[in-house]
Design a protein around this ligand. Structure first.
Ligand code: GDP
Length: 297
């Protein structure tokens, strides 16, 4: 089979918006499964790559930005928001998600924080649940008055409506460039690595910043047997008190981490997963060569 021609545009894209507008749903429906990168290049961008979509015209590299704080006005929130604004200035295109038919104060806050001169497309999401489609035009006019958006596209992330139009608008905003990641660098096939990533991500999400930086995850065994993946993992922490936090009273915390990670694995791998996670205290694991080798560093 002849190789498909390479897309002629490539760049980094951030998806922003107030909570609950459908940002994760949009990312999932644009990109499909979770994707991880083997390349060291991933660490050279200042953002974490959350997904990659390579079409015939462009490679979209979606990146995480810290979430905007839209609730309270405080010094801390202002500082955090400045950090988001700065991180948005680094990407090639921004997708602002707003709920169709419903622009609220928190949307205005996010729009105020968009960096001047950014290339921003609005995805007016959830059109499928909008009864009065006539409400779209005034909303689009209202939004246009707030920021020089490159385009406003009504979509439904969940029902996958008009996502191709959204992508076409986004593609025009990306620079002409060769793909940033080659097909062989995008390891949606490296399930072992992804399994560790899923566990790490849940630890991070559920425990905030208390433990995650001191914790790392190793996959001890990964075997497929009769369509069931059996995955045995160990979380290494530095100190006893970190282990106590991670395991939680009666093991509830770890159970939740494991069960959420398992759900991600089953969705991504497309089959049942048996997951066992142990927590071990290994002082100075980050200094220990043998441990680091085992963990694949
Ligand atoms: P996020 O907080 O912005 O990441 O929002 P989520 O992606 O978690 O979505 C918030 C809620 O909106 C979820 O219950 C989604 O199922 C729902 N949702 C997202 N996209 C759509 C859509 O296109 N149509 C409808 N009807 N619901 C959607």
């Amino acid at each position: 089979m002849a190789d498909a021609p390479l897309p002629s545009r490539a760049g980094h894209v951030a998806i922003v918006g107030r909570p609950n507008v459908g940002k994760s749903t949009l990312l999932n429906h644009l990109v499909g499964q979770k994707v991880s990168i083997t390349s060291k290049k991933a660490q050279t961008t200042r953002h974490r790559v959350t997904g990659i979509l390579t079409t015939a015209v462009a490679q979209f590299v979606f990146v995480d930005t810290p979430g905007f704080q839209t609730q309270h006005r405080s010094r801390l929130n202002e500082r955090m928001n400045r950090a988001v604004t700065q991180s948005l200035a680094d990407v090639d295109a921004v997708v602002l998600v707003v709920e169709a038919g419903r622009t609220v104060a928190a949307d205005h806050t996010v729009i105020r924080l968009l960096p001047a001169g950014a290339s921003v497309v609005v995805a007016l999401n959830k059109v499928d649940q909008l009864k009065d489609k006539d409400a779209l035009l005034p909303q689009m006019a209202e939004l246009s008055a707030l920021y020089p958006f490159k385009a406003i596209v009504p979509v439904s992330a969940e029902k996958e409506q008009a996502l191709d139009r959204l992508l076409a608008e986004m593609a025009t905003l990306l620079p002409e460039a060769a793909p940033i990641y080659g097909a062989d660098e995008i390891t949606d096939r490296d399930e072992r690595f992804l399994a560790a990533e899923f566990i790490r991500e849940k630890i991070f999400r559920l425990l905030g910043e208390e433990v995650p930086y001191a914790a790392t995850v190793g996959i001890d065994r990964f075997v497929e047997d009769g369509g069931v993946r059996h995955i045995y993992a160990t979380v290494y922490v530095d100190r006893d008190n970190q282990k106590a936090i991670l395991v939680g009273a009666g093991g509830v915390q770890m159970k939740e981490i494991a069960s959420k990670a398992r759900a991600d694995m089953e969705r991504t791998f497309g089959g049942p997963v048996f997951l066992e996670v142990w927590v071990r205290v290994k002082r100075g694991w980050a200094q220990d060569d043998a441990t680091l080798r085992r963990l694949g560093y």
